[in-house]
Design a protein around this ligand. Structure first.
Ligand code: DOR
Ligand code: ZN
Length: 347
């Protein structure tokens, strides 16, 4: 059984870095493992314009370690799509190096109040994105009150993805943090313009984990974890070698106190040990040989960006993840905090 595994440096195709002290606390964790990351725009206020994204990019670059691992980390910037995003902003965005826009259905998740209320309102902007080669990253859940929370993704496929694909066949769309068998089947059957990211928590846990041994607020994220048959379908998709499934942690830090209160916030913080957690999933499936393409090739290829140079090395070596890490004035509880992990990144 191999004990070390060297991979081309991976990228994280879905990451929340926040801002200010929080940004400075979490950025080094991602930068140590990943060469690049797609940075989510759901700040308060949201990153809705090229100018705001370029300012945010500067703050991220300033928060990087000055030397050593992570000093060359590159944030890939996104804009937050609203009902009123002007189509002519798309050319400016592309020229400034913005790679994608994020679709949050209004009310679907953290800081989504400014999100899209009806996709038809964005059609002129989607047309401009398709023309400019900007990607659309979707939080794939409907928010209608009559739809069961666990069915939100499956209904999104029918009500939003199908018309979107029909009307913008050459717009590249990433179905972010996929959580269901229906979603995996949809992406597998789609053409080369549709891909999906998979998070560590949706590959490792099913919804039972939220309720076992008392309520587990640190396993509450959106879209919420689904049943075991869905988790298995996601693992199958991840380890299949299919080029349109790739790594996107959705690492989403919230102060522990805000997750542990009534009305606790959604999001799992996985950046501290993301690659190790994916290695565990691929190892358990007997598919460590498929990890590199999933983590380091498929995303870059889909985005039309060069693959990274350099490598990271994972070692099969038990180590204990800290219970908490500092998060500005607060603390953060990482996914699996306090537990022993089987794999470790040793650079
Ligand atoms: O669990 C989540 N947390 N899901 C999201 O879509 C947003 C994220 C956050 O920003 O905290
Ligand atoms: Zn997210």
């Amino acid at each position: 059984m191999s004990t070390t595994l060297s991979l081309t440096r991976p990228d994280d195709w879905h990451l929340h870095l926040r801002d200010g002290d929080a940004l400075r606390a979490v950025l080094p964790h991602s930068a140590r493992q990943f060469a690049r990351a797609i940075v989510m725009p759901n700040l308060r206020p949201p990153v809705t314009t090229t100018a705001l994204a370029l300012d945010y990019r500067r703050r991220i670059l300033d928060a990087r370690p000055h030397e050593g691992p992570g000093a060359d980390f590159q944030p890939l910037m996104t804009l937050y799509l609203t009902d009123r995003t002007p189509p002519d902003e798309m050319r400016r965005a592309r020229e400034a190096g913005i790679v994608a826009l994020k679709l949050y259905p209004a009310g679907a998740t953290t800081n989504s109040d400014a999100g899209v209320t009806d996709l038809r309102k964005t059609y002129a902007t989607l047309e401009a994105m398709q023309r400019e080669g900007l990607l659309l990253l979707v939080h794939g859940e409907v928010t209608d009150a009559d739809i069961d929370l666990f069915d939100r993704e499956a209904v999104f496929i029918e009500r939003v993805m199908q018309p979107l694909r029909r009307d913008f066949p050459e717009l590249k769309v990433v179905f972010e943090h996929l959580t269901t068998r229906e979603g995996a089947q949809y992406v597998q059957a789609a053409d080369r313009y549709t891909a999906a990211t998979l998070t560590p928590q949706h590959l490792l846990y099913n919804r039972n984990a939220i309720f076992l041994n008392g309520l587990q607020p640190h396993l509450y994220c959106l879209p919420v974890l689904k049943g075991e048959e869905h988790r298995r379908a996601l693992v199958q998709a991840a380890v299949s070698g299919h080029p349109r499934f790739f790594l996107g942690t959705d690492s989403a830090p919230h102060a522990a106190a805000l997750k542990e209160q009534a009305g606790g916030h959604a999001g799992c913080y996985s950046a501290l040990s993301a690659l190790e957690l994916y290695a565990e999933v691929f190892d358990a499936a007997g598919a460590l040989d498929k990890l590199e393409a999933f983590a380091s090739f498929h995303g870059a290829d889909f985005y039309g960006l060069p693959r990274n140079r350099g490598t990271v090395t994972l070692k099969r070596e038990p180590w204990q993840l800290p219970q908490t890490v500092p998060f500005g004035e607060a603390t953060l509880k990482p996914l699996r905090g306090g537990e022993t992990l089987a794999w470790r990144v040793v650079q």
